[in-house]
Structure formats: structure tokens, C-alpha cells
Design a protein around this ligand. Structure first.
Ligand SMILES: NC(=O)c1ccc[n+]([C@@H]2O[C@H](COP(=O)([O-])OP(=O)(O)OC[C@H]3O[C@@H](n4cnc5c(N)ncnc54)[C@H](O)[C@@H]3O)[C@@H](O)[C@H]2O)c1
Ligand SMILES: O=C(O)[C@H](O)COP(=O)(O)O
Length: 382
């Protein structure tokens, strides 16, 4: 469900929500879009949340559909749940409560005092936690676990400058995944699911972990190989697998704790994500500016003219030349222009004075006929 606060970001006088089968934009969470055909009417998809493995990004790019997510919007929620799961892994909270609930009689207090020795736990203080992925979630988990007195070691070969700045300089980085696995009593994974990250933790990696270590996966299902983790639990190589992603075998294993994908499910995170996704969508629909996209470059230009033309096209040489030649033929004076690319896709925005409907119709057809152009859009100011 999308938090209503996000939907309220779309004023009723300008937008109609859920009223057409040809929408201009989709606002989703982790619904699987791989089997849903989204037509060419869909200019953008905003995912309220972090993971975008539920969206076919290549298809979206070739369709000229910009996909956004809401980085960091639910990272605090995941961090807090990780702390809870670490404590559940070390202290017999569930079993002691269940035991205590069954007691009765006037001497309940005495019975609890006599029975408590069966429920001794261990402490997190001075244990080593290895954090794979030091982005929005991982960097917060690093700070919080260090505050609990844990020794923290991180591994993220692709860390962004922004996230690197947020990390305390006392947190050592592992040179490679093996080093992290070998040193850690707890390993927690905070990376996106991609083709490259599929089965990142499989038989070899599990064999490198300390005997009796605990593995947490609050990222995505396929990052940890299911058979390998079941084998590692059966042979007691690792002591527990704690995850947000269930399967029949994992859920029924004695040494797992499975939560039902609730890492980002807090009131606050749902509101943050919905508002951020809605604002990002509105920005794109109303100005063409792109921020927080996972398949397009960041492109921002102040909208000071009356009319903006946006073009999504292939990232090949001479596109700006081809576009401006056509504009010159229509005697259009360019006030401002920007062109940015990301992998195979490029985006150009051109600002000019007002263009009449008839002129723009012909111009759009000509621009659209450039073979490498995927989508042309006009945005009138206000
Ligand atoms: N359980 C939940 O409800 C929940 C909630 C939020 C996020 N998530 C999952 O957690 C993932 C991370 O979320 P985030 O907000 O921190 O994303 P993020 O993009 O801020 O951070 C991901 C980090 O992983 C790093 N990374 C990528 N591949 C790596 C690899 N092979 N080894 C080490 N580091 C690698 C990246 O460089 C980046 O710093 C999301 O993609 C999503 O799948 C789950
Ligand atoms: O990637 C995410 O942000 C989380 O997995 C949350 O997914 P959800 O929006 O379906 O709760």
C-alpha cells in the first residue's frame, strides 16, 4: 500500500489518481512488474522504497520510461529491525517469554527466579559484525552497531562518495569479501539484488565464515543461495540464518528466524517513501528534471522559459547536432539546453519561448523520426 500522504502530493485540480488504464506514471512498492506490460503512456515509474529488482529496467529504458526510487527513505527502519534481530539472535527473548507466560500460582515470582538460568544469552559488545554494503542501510547499521560496542568491519567496493563521508573513519574496510567473512561473528547483507549479486553468499562463502557465526539477510532473496545456507545450518557451520525473505524450507528450519519482509514497514518509512516518490514524480512530470533515477542520468536545469522540449534518445554521437538542426529549421531560438547520458541512454532538455500547438505537432513528428530518438515530450510552464 502507498501511504496516503504520498497520494496527497498530487493536487486534485491537476492530477487524477487511479482513474485510467493509460496512466502517465506509476507509483509502486515491491509489486513484481516483470510480467506487467506497461504501455508507452507510462512516462515514469516511482518505486517508494530502495530495491528495484521488481522492475524490468532495460525494458523501461528502451520504452523511454524513467524509473525512480527513494534512496534512504526506509533505511532507519531497516537499521532498527537489524538491531532487534541481533538481540533476538543472542538473547532467548521469545522462548523465555513463552516459558514465563505458562507459569501460574502465587509463587510465580519465585518460579521465574529459579528458572531464569535456562535463559542465559550472550552479548553483542566486543563481537565483530561484518557489513556487506555500506549504502543508506549499511552505513546506519555500522554506526548503530559500533554504538552498541561491536567491532565493525565493512565491505563495499562501489561505495558512493556521499555514503563514504557518512561513515566513521574508525570503521575498518575489508580488502575483500573473504576477509570480512573470516573475521565476523555476525554478517549482515545490505546490497541490491542484481545479476552480479545473485548467490553472492553460497557454499564457498559460507565455508569461509567463522564456525557458529550468524548470517542476516535483509536485502533480497537470491543474494544468499538457499541450498547452501540450509546445508550450512544442517552441518552447524553457521548457527542461525535471520532473514526477511521466506521460503518453505527456510521458514521451517529450526535455526532460522524469518520476518515477513517488514524491514521497511514502519509508519514513518512508508510516509517518507511515498512522499519522496510522489515529489520525484511530480518534478519529472512538471519540469522534466530527473533526480533519484535508477536507469537515467541526473538532469536538472532551472525552468525559466515558457516551453521545454525533452528528448530521450540513444547515447550515440551527433544527437545534439541532429536535434538542433531540426530546431534551426523551425527558426526556434534555444534559451537553454542540457544533455546528459548514462550507459546506453541519453536525455536532452531544450528551453525556448512559446511554440504553438500546430508548430509543435510538426516539430515533434520530425524529432520523433530521428531513428535514435525514443520519446519526445513538451512541457509548458505552469
Ligand atoms: N527488507 C527490507 O524491507 C528492505 C528495505 C530497504 C532496503 N532493502 C534492500 O537493501 C538493499 C540496500 O538498501 P540501501 O538503501 O542501503 O541501498 P543503497 O543503494 O543505499 O546501498 C547499497 C550499497 O551496496 C553496495 N554494493 C552493491 N553491490 C555490492 C557488493 N557486491 N558487495 C558489497 N557492496 C555492494 C553499493 O555500493 C551501495 O553502497 C536494497 O537494494 C534492497 O534490496 C530491503
Ligand atoms: O527495497 C525496499 O525498499 C524494501 O524491500 C521495502 O519493500 P516494500 O516497499 O515492499 O516494503
Amino acid at each position: 500500500m502507498i501511504a496516503p500522504e504520498g497520494i496527497e502530493e498530487f493536487p486534485k485540480e491537476i492530477y487524477s489518481v487511479n482513474k485510467t488504464d493509460k496512466p502517465n506514471a506509476l507509483l509502486i512498492r515491491s509489486q513484481d512488474m516483470h510480467k506487467t506490460h506497461f504501455g508507452t503512456s507510462v512516462l515514469a515509474i516511482a518505486r517508494a522504497g530502495a530495491g528495484v529488482n521488481n522492475i524490468p529496467l532495460l525494458e523501461a529504458s528502451s520504452n523511454g520510461t524513467v524509473v525512480f526510487n527513494t534512496p534512504g527513505s526506509n533505511a532507519n527502519a531497516v537499521k532498527e529491525l537489524i538491531i532487534a534481530m541481533l538481540i533476538l539472535a543472542t538473547r532467548p527473548v521469545f522462548s523465555s517469554i513463552q516459558w514465563a507466560k505458562k507459569l501460574n500460582g502465587a509463587d510465580v515470582s519465585l518460579q521465574t527466579e529459579q528458572g531464569k538460568n535456562h535463559f542465559a544469552g550472550t552479548e553483542l559488545n566486543k563481537k565483530t559484525i561484518g557489513i556487506i554494503g555500506l549504502g543508506s542501510v549499511g552505513s546506519r547499521v555500522a554506526r548503530a552497531t559500533a554504538d552498541l560496542g561491536m567491532r565493525v568491519i565493512g565491505y563495499d567496493p562501489y561505495i558512493s562518495v556521499e555514503h563514504a563521508w557518512r561513515l566513521s573513519s574508525d570503521i575498518p574496510r575489508a580488502r575483500n569479501l573473504s576477509e570480512l567473512l573470516q573475521k565476523s561473528d555476525y554478517v549482515t547483507i545490505h546490497i541490491p539484488y542484481t545479476e552480479d549479486n545473485q548467490d553472492l553468499i553460497a557454499t564457498n562463502e559460507l565455508s569461509e565464515m567463522k564456525d557458529g557465526a550468524i548470517l542476516l539477510n535483509y536485502s533480497r532473496w537470491g543474494i544468499v543461495n538457499e541450498q547452501a545456507v540450509i546445508d550450512a545450518l544442517d552441518s552447524h557451520k553457521i548457527a542461525q540464518y535471520i532473514t526477511d525473505f521466506s521460503s518453505e524450507r527456510v521458514i521451517n528450519h529450526a535455526n532460522t528466524i524469518v520476518t515477513p519482509h517488514i524491514g521497511g514497514t514502519t509508519l514513518e518509512a512508508e510516509i517518507n517513501g511515498a512522499i519522496m516518490a510522489a515529489q520525484t514524480l511530480r518534478k519529472y512530470l512538471e519540469t522534466g528534471n530527473i533526480v533519484n533515477s535508477v536507469n537515467f542520468p541526473t538532469v536538472e536545469m532551472a525552468f525559466d522559459s515558457n516551453f521545454r522540449i525533452t528528448l530521450i534518445h540513444q547515447n550515440v554521437p551527433n544527437m545534439v547536432g541532429k536535434i538542433t538542426t531540426i530546431l534551426a529549421r523551425y527558426n526556434i531560438n534555444i534559451d537553454n539546453m542540457i544533455n546528459r547520458s548514462r550507459e546506453k541512454i541519453a536525455y536532452t532538455m531544450i528551453d525556448t519561448d512559446i511554440i504553438t500547438e500546430e508548430v509543435f505537432f510538426d516539430l515533434k513528428t520530425e524529432l520523433g523520426n530521428i531513428p535514435e530518438v525514443i520519446r519526445v515530450r513538451e512541457i509548458r510552464k505552469n
